[in-house]
Design a protein around this ligand. Structure first.
Ligand code: ZN
Length: 405
């Protein structure tokens, strides 16, 4: 996942009778994991040793060789359990794995996850270890733990259900030319009815995420005429134009109707650029924005809004990511939610502010949800995942997918 999300708990219990949010899925750092050891997880059918082996491969997104090793490692494990596997690569040789419980390229239900990770925050994060029922190490919850859950579900369901899974290597940092969905689509692999993304979903416990915002990088450019800072009268300084423009933007940008409900568009200035030296008036000055949006015309809307409000040049960087908003009453969503409620108390439905791989499949217009085993420390030191939660998610999806059509 790209950033920590703010997630929003919905009153889903109103929609589905019997669902009661005993606790609203909020992160609880004191949560206990009853599966205390690798051996205990193994005895419950979860091959924690496989996951630790996967986590020991330093598959930082920029390291293509390590990512290809991680893909091969997972492929071998799946192949050894009868799962159908195929590896596709882009022109540079970067791999993406497609695995399935039945032969073919078009499965109704397809998991999507990734095995690339962000760089370690401290030494030793590629030497995973277990303490108090949590597996520590880079990728534990973002998202090799969830990838391992999906791999186990496929292994458990070979020949018993029709499910596919994408294991990508380009989620944490976009690598030019890979774009996993495109590589797969070019090879004929197309999810048909329902996409289930495995990724850390904000450390919310046993929540089902049904929506996430789109994201676009936007540049606002003020033009002027540069010069020596000792003679401002001979230059046309673009920086005051940019400052003035931002005041107008802050005034005109639509405000959240309810300050506690963040499911709306946000425009965050993130970076400024001007002259290369402190005694130079630049020719141009730029303000960078991160635009998180729920409106389906977001990229066009923000361009027009900024141009109209400021009169300055606006560039919306492509590719941008469109929002994913799934109907909570979709039959797949309802049945999965009900299966979760049978397993856990207090299951909640959430929306995320950030973007996972779900947005990369938005153009397919398929119902899409995101799950994540209970974990903490995403992108940080002490990243960890609950062994108990991994076992429980493996059980959940194994049971659910046996019955769902
Ligand atoms: Zn991440």
């Amino acid at each position: 996942m790209k950033i920590h999300p703010a997630a929003f708990v919905l009153a889903f219990s109103v929609v589905i009778a019997g669902a009661v949010n005993a606790y609203p899925g909020k992160p609880d750092p004191n949560v206990k994991s009853s599966v205390k050891s690798v051996e205990c997880a193994q005895s419950l059918g979860f091959d924690a040793k496989m996951l630790m082996g996967l986590m020991s491969i330093p598959s930082v997104s920029t390291d293509q060789d390590a990512n290809n090793r991680a893909i091969d490692y997972l492929k071998q494990w799946l192949y050894g359990r009868g799962v159908y596997t195929a590896v596709c690569s882009n022109e540079a040789g970067r791999a993406v794995l497609y695995a399935s419980t039945m032969p073919g390229k078009k499965h109704d239900i397809v998991f999507v996850t990734h095995v690339d990770v962000v760089p370690p925050s401290e030494d030793g994060q590629f030497n995973p270890y277990v303490k108090d029922g949590f597996l520590y190490g880079r990728g534990a919850c973002d998202t090799k733990g969830n990838a391992a859950v999906i791999a186990h579900v496929l292994a458990n369901l070979v020949g018993k259900a029709s499910v596919g899974a994408v294991f990508a290597t380009d989620e944490e940092a976009r690598t030019p030319g890979l774009n996993t969905p495109t590589v797969l689509l070019n090879n004929g692999y197309v999810p048909q009815k329902f996409i289930i993304v495995g990724d850390t979903n904000g450390e919310f416990q046993n929540s089902l995420t049904i929506a996430e915002k789109g994201h676009a990088h936007v540049r606002l450019i003020a033009h002027g005429r540069g010069g020596h800072s000792s003679m401002p009268w001979s230059a046309d300084n673009p920086i005051p134009k940019l400052v003035d423009a931002y005041r107008k933007i802050a005034e005109a940008f639509p405000k959240a109707e309810d300050p506690n409900n963040h499911w709306c568009d946000y425009l965050s200035p993130t970076k400024l650029s001007g002259a290369l030296a402190g005694n130079v008036i630049p020719d141009t000055a730029e303000m960078y924005f991160s635009y998180r949006f729920i409106r389906m015309d977001g990229p066009q809307w923000i361009k027009e809004f900024l141009e109209k409000t400021t009169g300055l040049e606006v560039i919306v960087r492509e590719p941008y990511r469109m929002p994913v908003i799934t109907d909570r009453n979709n039959p797949y969503v309802k049945s999965l939610y009900e299966a979760m409620c049978r397993k856990w108390d207090g299951v909640c439905i959430t929306k995320m502010s950030c973007a996972t791989d779900a947005t990369r499949y938005a153009h397919l217009n398929l119902p899409t949800v995101i799950f994540g085993a209970i974990g903490f420390g995403t992108h940080a030191k002490q990243e960890r995942v609950s062994l108990q939660s991994l076992v429980e998610y493996m059980e959940l999806f194994t049971e659910y997918l046996k019955t769902v059509k």
